[in-house]
Design a protein around this ligand. Structure first.
Ligand SMILES: Cc1cc2nc3c(=O)[nH]c(=O)nc-3n(C[C@H](O)[C@H](O)[C@H](O)COP(=O)(O)OP(=O)(O)OC[C@H]3O[C@@H](n4cnc5c(N)ncnc54)[C@H](O)[C@@H]3O)c2cc1C
Length: 392
């Protein structure tokens, strides 16, 4: 508690123009702070502009409130900017399984673990009626979550709101926090320009640890590379968000196994997922600890995708994308005061859930900076860092 007691900051630099940095900048400025946002490449240059575009429940009781709050904040953002839309009710998430038996077990697990998602078994004939473009033979689990949005839209809208609220947005130069006598006093840009500040927020996704601690001593977030393909599916685009029923397993697939597969020339593991919004569908994805070869990975995604939705085989490819998820060691973001440095704050490590939970996380870090309010202990950036990712 004491670590947060004397935080009163009005002049703030935010590093990173992803969903977190843009949302936090907008919220800080709305509260009256003078804010500069520094983005090295472009707004949404990382995962925040290249994700699947699904706002959905994160299957973690610590993160579920962040999802619900983020949804409320998105609705307010839509009202304020009109930049995109979020459905009144979820489109629904369909987990596809070839085995009726495995699907029946999964429904029971989901009902037990996340009752609010109202898990329901959808037999192959019903599935054929509600999503006729899917390949036959799947049993699905329908979960009451999933709001598809164009992948870059939410981040763009937060950036627009930040601009409207007076945030100065500097694009094109990497920034590094300047630390003097154990306190953050601003940032230095790649060309040597210094910007002074009372507080610095590092929201640089997977690049966050090296900005917070260039010695490598604090390193709880690492990149997990994802390839996606944007497609025009027209009438064959499912209304639901659809995924292969394996998301949790691959999400936690261990780096050693993936590297071994790559070294052996085997195909990298992929997980079929598809979300459609704004006339385009985004097909995913990989969860790899290394940057995969994009062309081969795209071909693999299209081939595997067509097994689930045959129209993918003939669809127009609009764009191929690769970016890194900021995956934390325990699957939860690190939010709040960076360990050991006064005035240095962090908000990163959202892994596969940054679009779904990012705005609420940004609100937590904004309160930590402006009011000295500590984040929930399970999300506190000062919590002990496990050395190995938690199993299951
Ligand atoms: C393939 C894929 C699909 C996904 N799908 C979903 C989904 O459907 N739903 C969901 O909730 N989440 C999804 N995610 C996860 C989500 O996209 C991320 O969790 C989220 O975008 C992370 O946001 P961020 O702001 O922390 O980081 P980023 O988006 O990585 O933004 C960090 C920014 O910081 C900038 N930067 C880095 N270093 C510096 C520096 N030194 N100076 C200045 N700028 C710097 C980068 O250029 C970047 O723009 C997906 C991720 C991937 C990869």
């Amino acid at each position: 508690m004491a670590r947060y007691a004397r935080a009163v900051r009005t002049e703030i630099v935010v590093i990173g123009g992803g969903i977190i940095g843009c949302a936090a900048a907008a919220m800080l400025a709305t509260r009256g702070a003078r804010v500069t946002l520094v983005e090295g490449v472009a707004i949404g240059a990382g995962a925040s502009g290249r994700n699947l575009g699904a706002i959905q429940h994160p299957f973690d009781p610590e993160l579920a409130p962040l999802y619900r709050e983020s949804l409320t904040r998105y609705r307010a953002l839509v009202d304020a900017t009109g930049e995109f839309s979020v459905g009144d009710a979820p489109a629904g998430l369909l987990l596809l399984n070839r085995s009726e038996e495995a699907a029946a077990e999964q429904v029971l697990r989901q009902r037990d673990a996340v009752p609010e998602l109202d898990a329901r078994l959808i037999a192959p004939d019903e599935l054929a009626r509600i999503e006729p473009s899917l390949a036959p033979g799947f049993t699905a689990i329908r979960l009451e979550t999933g709001f598809p949005v164009p992948p870059a839209s939410a981040t763009g809208a937060w950036a627009a709101l930040a601009h409207e609220r007076g945030v100065v947005i500097e694009i094109g130069q990497a920034a590094q926090p300047t630390i003097e006598n154990g306190a953050a006093v601003g940032v230095e840009l790649a060309d040597g320009t210094r910007i002074a500040a009372d507080a610095v927020l590092v929201a640089a996704g997977p690049w966050t640890p090296k900005l917070v601690d260039p010695t490598g001593g604090w390193s709880p977030i690492h990149p997990t590379w994802g390839v996606t393909v944007q497609l025009r599916l027209d009438g064959a685009a499912p209304a639901h968000i659809v995924e292969e029923d394996e998301v949790d397993a691959i999400n936690r697939s261990d780096a050693a196994t993936a590297r071994a597969a790559a070294a052996a020339g085997d195909e990298p593991p992929t997980l079929f997922s598809l979300a459609s919004a704004g006339g385009l569908s985004t097909l995913g994805s990989t969860f790899l600890p290394y940057e995969p070869e994009p062309a081969a990975t795209v071909a693999l995604l299209l081939r595997r995708g067509a097994e689930f939705l045959p129209a993918i085989g003939q669809a127009e490819v609009v764009e191929r994308r690769m970016c890194a998820r900021p995956q934390s060691v325990d699957g939860r973001p690190f939010i709040g005061r960076a360990p050991g440095v006064d005035g240095l704050f962090v908000c990163a490590g959202h892994g596969p859930w940054g679009i779904s939970t990012g705005p609420a996380s940004a609100a937590i870090v904004a309160r930590a900076i402006l009011d000295g309010t500590p984040p929930p202990p399970a999300l506190d950036a000062g919590r002990p860092v496990p050395t190995e990712p938690s199993p299951g």
